[in-house]
Every structure is written in C-alpha cells, then in structure tokens.
Design a binder for this molecule. Structure first.
Ligand SMILES: NC(=O)c1ccc[n+]([C@@H]2O[C@H](COP(=O)([O-])OP(=O)(O)OC[C@H]3O[C@@H](n4cnc5c(N)ncnc54)[C@H](O)[C@@H]3O)[C@@H](O)[C@H]2O)c1
Ligand SMILES: O=C(O)C1=N[C@H](C(=O)O)CCC1
Length: 263
C-alpha cells in the first residue's frame, strides 16, 4: 500500500488527484499540504471530499509528523520546488506535476536524489498522448529541422512557455543540429512577435479562458508542412500518468525528468 501526500488539494489537478488516489486499491491518502486550512481535515473544508485526512500548511511539519511514501506535488513553481526538496530530505518520493522549475533546481534535485538514493519523477505532462506528441516530434525533427511550437493553455497558468513546450524543445534539440530559423534580416515590429527562441526554434504561448492544455508542433520544409498536435480536453487526461509515475517512483533511486522515460 503506497501512502500518499497531495500538495494542492484545492487546485484543479490536486482535486482530480484525490479522486485518483481514492479509486486505487494500492494507494492511500494520508495527508494534504495546502496554503490554507492548517490543522483542519479535508472533510472540514467546503468543496473537498468527506475524508478525515489532515491538512498542513507547513510541508516540513507534514513530512515530520506523517509517515508517507509519495508526495504528489501539484501547486506552483516556487513552493513546489521547496516541497519536492523537503520531501526527499524526509525520505518521501516526489511525483511532480508542477511545472516551471529552473535548470538549476532540477540539477539540485538530481544531486539530492543521488545523495539520498531516493526516487523522484518530474513530468511536465502526465497525459500519455502528450508524451507521444513529444516523442513523434523528436523523430520528425531529424527530417524537418525547421519547427515552431505553439502551446495553448488556460489564462490562470503562471509559467510560460509551458513545461511541455520546454520539454518538447529539449527533446527536439537532442535530435537535430542547431538551426537559426526565419529570415536572417527579419525584424519584430512588436517585441515577442516571433516567440521565444530556443536553439533557433520558436515557441509561442497562447493564454485564453476556455482552454485546458494544447500543443501543436509545426514542421516546415520545401513544399510541405507536418503538424503534430495534442489536446487535453480535461484534467482526467493526466491521471493515468500520475498513477504510472507513482508505481515507478517506488522502484528508482534517481530523478526521472519526463514520462517518456517511464513508458
Ligand atoms: N504535469 C502535468 O501533466 C500537469 C498538468 C496540469 C497542470 N500541471 C501543473 O500543475 C500545477 C497545478 O496546476 P493546477 O491547474 O491544478 O493549478 P491550480 O491553480 O488549480 O492549483 C494550484 C494549487 O496550488 C495551491 N497553492 C498556490 N500557492 C501555494 C503555496 N504558496 N503553497 C501551497 N499551495 C499553494 C493552490 O491553493 C491550489 O490548490 C501547475 O504548476 C501546472 O502547471 C501539470
Ligand atoms: O494547466 C497547466 O498549467 C498545465 N501545465 C503543464 C505544462 O506546463 O506543460 C501540462 C499541461 C497542463
């Protein structure tokens, strides 16, 4: 039985993750970390399930008092990093969906995992279809080096580009030579018009109400384009990946960054 702590229980992802854990015979929710409601239980908070599960505002207090195997981290970048680090320091294995960690933070967590010999999975996107979109894009980039990434998310998202777009760009970079795209003399009339520049490819972030999580990777070459597209229509799309990562994280002693390394 895996004992689970969820950080961000009132969030869009956290509330889905609670349902996931409740539906699994081998997972048991033992605590939640929330920025409010310290000392209460889930059943005391309006909108949360009728469960006698304690809520902590302070992650370190939670990890010191509660015996747990896995932290499912679904909050915001800065706090999510602190939670992840503290969990590993307390022997609790993080499964991280929170996006927006820096390269330095990822390196710090890799170092900590190797020091403590503890597993951690950080997945910018838990949807299996999105992972396939990234893998297919990596293959396509071997033949089509000119590529733009267009990611579209709801307008409550804090980080841009999305974790998925960053991961896609990193995977494409690993499979093609650097290429400066567009016209050598091009000029932006409005700053940002051509998007972010990552290794010569362009990343565009759309933020609009009504969207969930969507990405198109468009490749262009002489006389043709290829578009690889994924849409998450609801947050249920991410739950299978969280389940997979929660099983895998118990078997490893390192940081795995990206669900493609688990599938
Ligand atoms: N990896 C994936 O597949 C995937 C999918 C969806 C979202 N995400 C990421 O998961 C995270 C959460 O997404 P969401 O849509 O649920 O967001 P949300 O805004 O609905 O929820 C965020 C939660 O974090 C909590 N929070 C905010 N500040 C906090 C703090 N300082 N301390 C503790 N808790 C705090 C909020 O109370 C809320 O419960 C984001 O980083 C998002 O990018 C990842
Ligand atoms: O809703 C979000 O925020 C999402 N963030 C992830 C990202 O940054 O790629 C994955 C999809 C949803």
């Amino acid at each position: 039985m895996k004992r689970i702590i969820i950080a961000g229980p009132r969030g869009k992802m956290g509330s889905e993750a609670i349902k996931l854990v409740q539906s699994q015979e081998d997972m048991h929710l033992v605590a939640c970390i929330d920025r409010r409601n310290n000392g209460r239980t889930l059943q005391d908070v309006e909108g949360l399930p009728n469960l006698e599960v304690p809520i902590f505002e302070d992650a370190v207090e939670c990890f010191s008092e509660i015996e747990a195997d896995i932290l499912i981290e679904l909050t915001v970048p800065e706090q999510g990093y602190k939670h992840t680090k503290a969990a590993m320091e307390h022997g609790i294995r993080p499964v991280v969906g929170t996006t927006g960690f820096t390269e330095e933070q990822l390196d710090e967590l890799r170092w900590l995992a190797s020091e403590r010999k503890i597993g951690c999975i950080i997945a910018p996107n838990f949807a299996i279809g999105a992972v396939l979109m990234m893998k297919f894009s990596q293959i396509a980039a071997q033949y089509f080096p000119d590529v733009d990434i267009i990611e579209k998310h709801h307008d409550n998202k804090l980080d841009a580009p999305s974790g998925t777009a960053v991961k896609t760009a990193e995977m494409i970079k690993a499979s093609r030579e650097y290429k400066e795209q567009g016209h050598a003399k091009e000029k932006e009339i409005y700053p940002g018009a051509r998007g972010a520049d990552y290794d010569g490819m362009r990343i565009h972030s759309v933020r609009l109400p009504g969207l969930v999580a969507h990405q198109e990777v468009i490749f262009g070459s002489a006389g043709q384009t290829l578009t690889i597209k994924h849409d998450s229509i609801n947050r249920n799309s991410f739950m299978e990946g969280i389940k997979l990562a929660s099983d895998k994280v118990m078997e490893i002693e390192e940081v795995i960054y990206g669900l493609e390394n688990v599938l």
